[in-house]
Design a protein around this ligand. Structure first.
Ligand SMILES: Cc1ncc(COP(=O)(O)O)c(C=O)c1O
Length: 411
């Protein structure tokens, strides 16, 4: 389903002309399609419908409060990785029993916050963290439900910066050390081991790494059950990839079949932590051409969005399709760049596209995940507005920052 398509007024999102939207809201702006979000959430959730499961949307992919509220309406839980994300989840109205808390560097305050709000479980990443959780549980009089996040030493075959399941990574507990740690955890005061989990990376486009990781995790879960631990959850993490340009990732159904096939005989509730697969394709970054500039053989098109608004291309070498809002005659190869004083400030390099002239609008596609959340104020640039389109209407769900916002905390 693609709700970004060309109509009489050029590129639209659902039934809204992006030209009209840009006139009303300004640029740069992140624009999301409600229909696409809804479809992605329901398709993912439905794929697991035949087994007990809980989809915990990974807030880090896009933490906008309005989107979180929608997800709650649609029956989805949350995976939070910081105190700030827990705060957002609860501000959005999440039920604590549908929130899980992960992260490799949880602080004392964050652990206390998670225990006091009674989240479903805390995903544990090390022995030292377990000790801290137990101590805080005793101090607060709470029982800490924990899931051991195992590191299964699996190559997710994704970009090295978003790969997390090798033993050389900082994440998780080495899977061969997990049984011993589970026994120690079970003996700790106020700690209850309720499951096992893993997350081996992001933008994974093949089933094999998921199956391998799931099989290791299933074996660990089975062993712990055999040892007498009463587990309730097996958490397969997130990581399902999306097509940015030519990739053919598994469908949610194929992904679900693979995980259910491996995990179901343990009799546990499956937990999934998708982020990108839910919000990635539902969003674009809409920007406007400031001017053109040629430098030797190179043709630059300078737009009003830069690496502070979308850092994925320089950070991960990521590819995002470009769609001019109105297509002109003639094609050319250009670099689409921002106004920032860095040579890494590009949104697309060596891209063949229809000619772009000053004031033209262009959509940088598939930027709903890890787009706005990674935006910064570098070069003292106010962060972009965020807009949710719903049929013929649209609402600003995060207003554009002003110059005053830039200095608010410094005065
Ligand atoms: C622990 C954990 N869960 C879930 C996710 C979400 O991953 P994705 O957006 O690829 O689904 C991440 C992101 O890397 C993560 O670190």
């Amino acid at each position: 389903m693609d709700e970004f398509r060309y109509g009489d007024d050029g590129l639209q999102c659902e039934d809204v002309s992006l030209e009209a939207l840009a006139d009303a809201v300004g640029t740069p702006a992140y624009v999301y399609s409600r229909k696409m979000l809804d479809a992605a959430v329901h398709r993912f959730d439905q794929a697991f419908a035949r087994v007990p499961h809980l989809v915990c949307y990974s807030i880090k992919a896009n933490s906008n409060l309005t989107l979180l509220r929608r997800f709650i309406e649609w029956g989805i839980g949350f995976d939070a990785v910081s105190g700030g994300e827990l705060y957002r989840a609860f501000r959005a109205g999440a039920a604590p029993k549908r929130v899980i808390f992960s992260g490799v560097g949880k602080t004392r305050d964050e652990i206390r916050y998670a225990l006091n709000t009674d989240v479903l479980f805390i995903s544990v990443e090390s022995r030292a963290e377990l000790d801290m959780i137990s101590a805080i549980a005793v101090e607060t009089g709470r029982v800490a439900r924990v899931v051991l996040r195992a590191n299964p030493h699996i190559d997710a075959r994704t970009h090295p910066y978003i790969s997390t399941g090798l033993k050389s990574h900082k994440f998780g507990i080495r899977i061969d050390e997990a049984p011993q740690l589970a026994q120690e955890a079970a003996a700790m005061p106020q700690v209850k081991v309720v499951g096992v989990g893993c997350h081996v990376g992001s933008q994974i486009t093949a089933l094999a790494p998921f199956k391998k990781a799931a099989t290791s995790l299933r074996d660990l879960g089975r062993y712990l059950q055999y040892q007498g631990l009463e587990l309730e959850y097996i958490d397969f993490g997130g990581g399902l990839g999306i097509p940015y340009g030519g990739e053919a990732p598994p469908t949610p159904e194929a992904y679900a079949d693979a995980l259910i096939g491996v995990g179901q005989d343990l009799g546990l509730t499956l937990v999934l932590e998708p982020g990108r697969a839910i919000v990635g394709t539902s969003g674009i970054l809409l920007c406007r051409v400031i001017r053109r500039k040629s430098q030797g053989q190179k043709r630059f098109v300078i737009v009003d969005a830069g690496m502070n608004d979308l850092i994925r291309p320089p950070l991960y070498g990521s590819f995002h399709q470009l769609r001019p809002v109105r297509c002109r005659e003639g094609k050319e190869v250009i670099d689409l760049v921002g106004p920032i004083c860095e040579s890494t400030d590009f949104l697309a390099e060596k891209r063949r596209t229809s000619r772009l002239q000053p004031d033209d609008l262009v959509a940088v596609m598939t930027t709903g995940a890890y787009g706005s959340v990674l935006a910064s104020n570098y070069n003292s640039r106010p962060r972009p507005a965020e807009v949710l389109v719903d049929g013929r209407t649209f609402n600003i769900i995060r207003r554009r920052e002003s110059y005053k916002d830039l200095i608010r905390l410094e005065e």
